[in-house]
Design a protein around this ligand. Structure first.
Ligand code: SIN
Ligand code: MN
Length: 268
């Protein structure tokens, strides 16, 4: 999976790139069949919304679910990371499913991911990025990701540690800075059906609102980092900020379909 030079230019200019229909409905059905049982597990890696039982995020899923293990090594997701980060040695800094559950999904405050990767994990440079795959539709109502285009261009911004708004501590950007950046770049909320992917720079400022709709907005995130940019501080547990810097070895492009075929064969 190779991005065109126009797609690379768009990513570099705006800080993000939407790839509609990257995965087929059959592949999405295989992934989505796993999600309810993942989000209902009672385990440390599945965190709940503040003051509620609704799932917020399931972390490190690639280590405890066979289907998502395949997704974490999928060439359609990893190859664009290799291309945009300029290294064929990448590791998974963080892997999570954000549930943004129907009626209960809470906000993500405005932030740059690299602010947290820098402050908490001492990641040396912002040569890391997110690949988000929409498991469910993201529409204008169910708390889609909001980006400030071009906001990655000013580098890492001053951030404050928000440990109160939500159940997940995050280094966030203050309202004055957001006001200035939005005046310059506006806000976009890329939307799409399941199977669309959204790639964004580690310094792109983003947020999402709450979900008051009956439609959960499941998204799986691969946060890819260059192996030569590995974190230096191990304050956060490995299931949140991976301490294992082994380069990702990709699987074949049909790994989801072949997994489902094998699983069906074994059941017969
Ligand atoms: C994040 O910023 O890491 C998640 C935001 C979201 O899923 O809405
Ligand atoms: Mn983020």
């Amino acid at each position: 999976m190779k991005l065109s030079s126009e797609q690379v230019r768009q990513f570099e200019e705006l800080g993000y790139l939407l790839l509609p229909d990257l995965f087929s409905p059959a592949e999405m059905a295989i992934l989505n069949a796993e999600v309810p049982k993942i989000l209902t597990q009672q385990r440390t890696e599945v965190i709940r919304e503040k003051g509620s039982d609704a799932p917020r995020s399931a972390f490190y899923v690639q280590t405890w679910n066979d289907v998502f293990e395949r997704l974490a090594r999928h060439p359609r997701l990893v190859e664009p990371g290799i291309q945009l980060l300029g290294s064929d040695k990448l590791y998974m800094h963080q892997f999570k499913i954000n549930a943004k559950a129907a009626f209960d999904g809470a906000v993500w405050q405005w932030h740059q991911d690299y602010a947290t990767w820098y402050e908490d994990d001492q990641m040396p440079s912002p040569q890391a990025m997110n690949i988000a795959l929409f498991l469910a539709e993201a529409n204008e109502f169910n708390g889609p990701l909001m980006f400030i285009p071009k906001s990655h261009r000013g580098g890492r911004l001053q951030a404050g540690h928000d440990v109160t708004t939500t159940s997940y501590p995050l280094w966030t950007t203050d309202s004055e800075t957001i006001t200035r950046l939005v005046a310059e770049g506006g806000i976009v909320a890329p939307k799409g059906p399941p199977g669309s992917a959204l790639l964004f720079h580690g310094n792109l400022v983003h947020a999402s609102g709450s979900n008051l709709t009956p439609w959960s907005r499941w998204i799986v995130y691969l946060s890819l980092n260059r192996c030569d940019n590995a974190i230096r501080r191990f304050k956060r547990p490995t299931w949140i900020a991976n301490h294992d810097f082994t380069p990702i070895e990709m699987r074949p492009d049909d790994c989801l379909i072949s997994y489902a075929r094998q699983a069906r064969g074994a059941a017969e």
